[in-house]
Design a protein around this ligand. Structure first.
Ligand SMILES: Nc1ncnc2c1ncn2[C@@H]1O[C@H](COP(=O)(O)OP(=O)(O)OP(=O)(O)O)[C@@H](O)[C@H]1O
Ligand SMILES: [Mg+2]
Length: 277
């Protein structure tokens, strides 16, 4: 129980397709996810981030290398490692409350009273008390993301894996969600893996940031983020945050140049990273 590393990926490779046109998407990737920390994984679009998420969650198995969760090999999906996806997975015909209790009810692993109390508390935590009995379509984008979080958190997973959960939200809602999520993580210790293509989001949320190479994805750099807690978005303008950003940008720039050598697409790619600067 005391081991600090919850998940260990050791030299993991994964490819898709038949022999003749097999494409390696993840190559010799090694990383550890520390208990009660937020590990952000940042990498360019299409580099293999969701493939890594699928491997972590046991939806896919590695071709080579090993993945362990709490010392045991990951051989398939488990309620100990749950994923929150970019697209909402809320069921439109169920209310917020019904969506939150859906998983545990299906598994029948929680007494009814306990489940009801836990669900109401979770809905309160994500600030949706007044929207407990509303349907997803009656919620704003940000509220849907929070309902999604409640739905995952009620299962008390050992590791929460988030695959670009705030992608697609408008800039203002995205910032509000970042702040909300920051608070949530600081109030209750959790082990999180947060995948994003936004460098600033990674830096402000994380205890450590894993910078991926371009496809095939492997670890290019591991940065410890020593910004104080509690954090707020203003800290992104601090010299320390600026230095993290500059350093990671340099690496991402190199990766961009590698993949777009000879084209001018690399400037579009970089623009995506500097947009919020
Ligand atoms: N099941 C699959 N079968 C074949 N190819 C796949 C499969 N899953 C992913 N790929 C390929 O792996 C590469 C990386 O995809 P992945 O979705 O992991 O990237 P990503 O970094 O999450 O991208 P995005 O930024 O669009 O979310 C892509 O070239 C994709 O075509
Ligand atoms: Mg993806």
């Amino acid at each position: 129980m005391n081991q600090p590393d919850v998940m260990i990926l050791d030299n993991v490779s994964k490819g898709f397709g038949e022999d003749w046109d097999r494409e390696t998407v993840v190559e010799n990737l090694s990383l550890t996810v520390k208990r009660n920390q937020l590990t952000a994984i940042v990498g360019p679009s299409g580099c293999g981030k969701s493939t890594i998420v699928n491997l972590l969650a046991g939806f896919e198995l590695p071709d080579q290398g090993t993945i362990t969760l709490d010392g045991k090999p990951v051989t398939g999906p488990s309620k100990n490692s749950l994923v929150v996806f970019q697209e909402t997975a809320l069921m439109p015909w169920l209310t917020t409350y019904q969506n939150v209790v859906f998983g545990p009810e299906l598994r029948g692993d929680m007494p009814k009273n306990e489940l009801k109390a836990a669900a109401d508390k979770m809905i309160e935590t994500v600030g949706l008390r007044e929207f407990r009995d509303k349907y997803p379509l009656q919620l704003s984008g940000g509220m849907q993301r929070r309902a999604e979080l409640a739905r995952a958190l009620i299962n008390q997973p050992l590791v929460m894996i988030m695959d670009e959960p705030f992608r697609g939200l408008d800039a203002m809602t995205r910032q509000l969600m970042q702040e909300f999520y920051m608070r949530l993580c600081e109030q209750e210790s959790r082990t999180n893996v947060f995948v994003t293509s936004e460098l600033e989001e990674a830096i402000i949320l994380a205890d450590s940031v894993v910078v991926l190479s371009n496809k095939p994805a492997s670890v290019r750099e591991l940065m410890q983020i020593d910004l104080p807690r509690p954090r707020n978005l203003d800290m992104l303008s601090s010299p320390e945050a600026y230095e993290y950003k500059r350093y990671a940008m340099e690496i991402l720039h190199e990766e961009a140049l590698k993949s777009f050598k000879g084209t001018d697409t690399s400037s579009d790619f970089l623009e995506a990273y500097t947009r919020r600067a």
